[in-house]
Write a protein that binds this ligand. Structure first.
Ligand SMILES: Cc1cc2nc3c(=O)[nH]c(=O)nc-3n(C[C@H](O)[C@H](O)[C@H](O)COP(=O)(O)OP(=O)(O)OC[C@H]3O[C@@H](n4cnc5c(N)ncnc54)[C@H](O)[C@@H]3O)c2cc1C
Length: 436
């Protein structure tokens, strides 16, 4: 272990788990029959179940591990109002034709409104705030590119976005690291594990069956119904929803080859002296940047720690590998944090799609909502909700529901190429900066 950066109380678990640790709880029986079986108990699965319950439709959530095992209790807690939609894991924004971009951004805007409403209606205590986001420009060219997207973002996603030139950057961040950047007023932050717990409580209040340790091992047709086999028994279901995102496995090969699981890593620092903690991000926004291999960061809800994430590696690696890299990225931006120790380091999987867009729809008659592309607190909540509305035949329209969920003829779900891709994009980032 790198002795200089690790605190004596270091733990390789998410900082957020101090408030809610994923647990199997008291195991409830897998029912024999249900209208809807949902595979995956993250935000998407719970939100689908919650909305189904509101329509009087009984659902069971089948989670392979403890409740909250996936990305939903491991993320950075920065809630996007749409600015990230279409950003691929190469850092590039995908080209989508004009009309569709507007509808997509408009839906992303609805996703933000949904999470705002859910937290209020379900009285979820999760430190939900809407201070906005600052996206730092890695190069002058990136700054100019951000400026060109402003009109679209403000028109379609009502982002309240504006540019902050380099001379005024210190109003946003106690650092000269970027070439200015963009503020997106319509974005927020929360405590991801407490938001998760709030959704879980809301489901339970409405009688949703949420089964931990119930890995789904097989799904087959039995006449008009589905036979869903789990580690703890078989359930017959009218509909099945796949909500496994970055943990999509061999159970659904056709979906597995449409999502690329990429690891994201985070560290949390020890408590900082109050003046230092308050000074780093003066407006308490969340931050990210325009690099291909981006970093994202914020202060903890109590304002005492820096929570700093990024793709230190594109694959799952030990904290002894990821934490020193993230610590270096952090002190590149904030030299004033040199010497500050890391108390927590953790990792989780996000799901990228080949067109960098989230997807919902039906394949072989199975419903799915997948592909957060790194930004899924609002989006996966929304896609779960929309999938439920589609099943309930409620008033429903969603631009992410298309038949066009691309695959690649050479990709079958094993992302062996990620270390190479990661190295290449880190190199490209360095070159961009050198030439800036
Ligand atoms: C480190 C990190 C940082 C992130 N930061 C942000 C951020 O700041 N802002 C943001 O908006 N998003 C962020 N994200 C993304 C966000 O966390 C995800 O998009 C979101 O949590 C996905 O929710 P989900 O329900 O789709 O999937 P998950 O929460 O990943 O849940 C999927 C579940 O499916 C289960 N599963 C898989 N296979 C089976 C099976 N066969 N049977 C039963 N269960 C199964 C898994 O065990 C898992 O629990 C981050 C993600 C990570 C990992």
């Amino acid at each position: 272990m790198h002795p200089d950066i690790f605190h004596k109380d270091f733990t390789p678990t998410p900082y957020w788990w101090e408030a809610y640790t994923p647990t199997a709880g008291e195991l409830i029986h897998v029912p024999r029959a249900v209208r809807v079986a949902i595979v995956g108990g993250g935000y998407a699965g719970l939100s689908a179940a919650l909305e189904l319950a509101k329509h009087g439709i009984d659902a069971v959530v089948l989670e392979a591990n403890e409740l909250g095992f996936g990305a939903s209790t491991r993320n950075g807690g920065a809630v996007s109002g749409g600015v990230n939609v279409g950003k691929s894991f190469t850092g590039k924004t995908v080209e989508v034709d004009g009309d569709r971009v507007e509808r997509i951004l408009s839906d992303a805007c609805d996703a933000f409104a949904l999470i705002d409403r859910l937290i209020d209606e379900e009285k979820i205590s999760c430190f939900w705030e809407k201070p906005g986001r600052f996206v730092g420009a890695w190069t002058k060219k990136h700054y100019d590119g951000q400026s060109r997207r402003l009109v679209m973002l403000n028109a379609a996603a009502r982002s309240g976005a504006y540019m902050v030139p380099r001379e005024r950057q210190r109003e946003e961040i106690a650092s000269d690291y970027y070439f200015g950047g963009m503020v997106v007023e319509r974005s927020g932050k929360l405590h991801p594990a407490l938001y998760y717990k709030g959704l879980l409580d809301a489901c339970r209040r409405r009688g949703v069956m949420v089964c931990a340790k119930a890995a789904v091992t097989g799904i087959s047709r039995l006449g008009a119904t589905w036979r869903v086999e789990t580690a703890r028994g078989t359930v017959a279901a009218g509909n099945v929803v796949i909500a496994t995102n970055g943990y999509t496995g061999r159970l659904t090969p056709a979906l597995r080859r449409r999502v690329v699981p990429i690891a994201s890593h985070i560290i949390a620092t020890e408590e900082l002296p109050p003046d230092l903690g308050r000074s780093l991000i003066p407006r308490a926004r969340t931050l990210s940047d325009t690099k291909r291999v981006l970093c994202y960061y914020r202060m903890s809800p109590d304002g005492e720690r820096m929570v700093f994430g990024g793709r230190a590696r594109f694959t799952q690696v030990d904290a002894t590998v990821s934490a020193p890299i993230l610590h270096r990225y952090m002190t590149d931006r904030f030299p004033q944090l040199r010497g500050v120790k890391v108390t927590h380091a953790w990792t989780g999987n996000v799901a990228f799609t080949l067109d960098a867009l989230p997807h919902m729809g039906q394949r072989d008659d199975l419903h799915y909502c997948l592909g957060c592309n790194g930004s899924g607190i609002a989006m996966m909540t929304y896609l779960g909700y929309q999938t439920a509305r589609k099943i309930a035949r409620a008033n429903y329209a969603c631009s992410f529901d298309t038949d066009d969920f691309p695959d690649h003829r050479l990709y079958f779900g094993n992302p062996w190429f990620l270390p190479i891709v990661g190295g290449y994009y880190r190199l490209r980032d360095s070159l961009d900066r050198l030439l800036a």
